[in-house]
Design a protein around this ligand. Structure first.
Ligand SMILES: C[S@@+](CC[C@H](N)C(=O)[O-])C[C@H]1O[C@@H](n2cnc3c(N)ncnc32)[C@H](O)[C@@H]1O
Length: 220
């Protein structure tokens, strides 16, 4: 995808509005998900589209996991200062062997992948059986044109269908649209406008989902 202008997540207004976690809900949703899956010290965890690297740092310092990021933007990697832990790559073509990770996080990134279906398949490939996928993203009709996050977002029901078809069990789905509204309001006051996260057709929602790759005695 070639962006027509500097994308929102590289603009200073979003950093003012969201801090170092460039997504609705910040660490609250990340912590909620990691506590739900019972992340253990020593787990290998991948953050897809790691942005400014804040989640990679959080994973290491708070949960004691071995955390890595992938991020296609050299600008974001340089800003993160975590080139030791972040590899330049795209989410739908991950440079890791199969079954390398206990958990994969993809926070406010799925809608940006050129090939969402291939991306979900890649997450399944690199997860060990019984491993967890933690996804948060926009739930939107998906039919509008444009290159903003919300214009590119797909319906939550489609993402769920793809995960089930790809060998996952969906363990948790929660609506966190209030967090999207909070971020949109902060963006307005930071001078960023909200078109890129709230524009397009219909009213987008924001969700947190946890899915588990099948293949253990405990996965139901
Ligand atoms: C809204 S930001 C979220 C960053 C981070 N996950 C966070 O929550 O702070 C979206 C990030 O996805 C990255 N991105 C864009 N296209 C991508 C792709 N095809 N694969 C992986 N990451 C991508 C962007 O460079 C950006 O850093």
């Amino acid at each position: 995808m070639v962006w027509r202008e500097e994308p929102l997540w590289e603009r200073p207004e979003l950093r003012v509005a969201a801090g170092h976690t460039l997504r609705p809900g910040g660490f609250d949703l990340t912590d909620r998900a990691l506590e739900h899956v019972g992340a253990l010290p020593g787990w290998r965890v991948l953050d897809v589209g790691s942005g400014l690297g804040a989640t990679v740092d959080r994973l290491r310092s708070r949960y004691g996991v071995e955390a890595w990021g992938v991020e296609p933007s050299a600008v974001q990697i340089a800003r993160s200062g975590r080139s030791d832990a972040v590899i330049q790559a795209r989410g739908d073509c991950l440079p890791f062997a199969g079954e390398s990770f206990d958990a994969v996080l993809c926070e406010c990134v799925l809608s940006l992948l050129d090939d969402r279906k291939a991306g979900l398949a890649e997450f399944g490939r690199v997860l060990r059986p019984g491993g967890f996928l933690i996804l948060s993203d926009f739930d939107a009709p998906g039919a509008s044109s444009g290159d903003s996050c919300v214009a590119r977002a797909e319906p939550l029901s489609l993402v769920q269908e793809r995960l089930v078809a790809g060998g996952f069990s969906v363990r948790l789905v929660e609506d966190h649209t209030e967090r999207l509204k909070e971020l949109a309001a902060r963006l307005v006051f930071a001078g960023g406008g909200t078109g890129t996260i709230c524009g397009g057709t219909g009213r987008p929602r924001y969700y947190l989902m946890i899915a588990q790759k099948k293949g253990t005695d405990h996965d139901g």
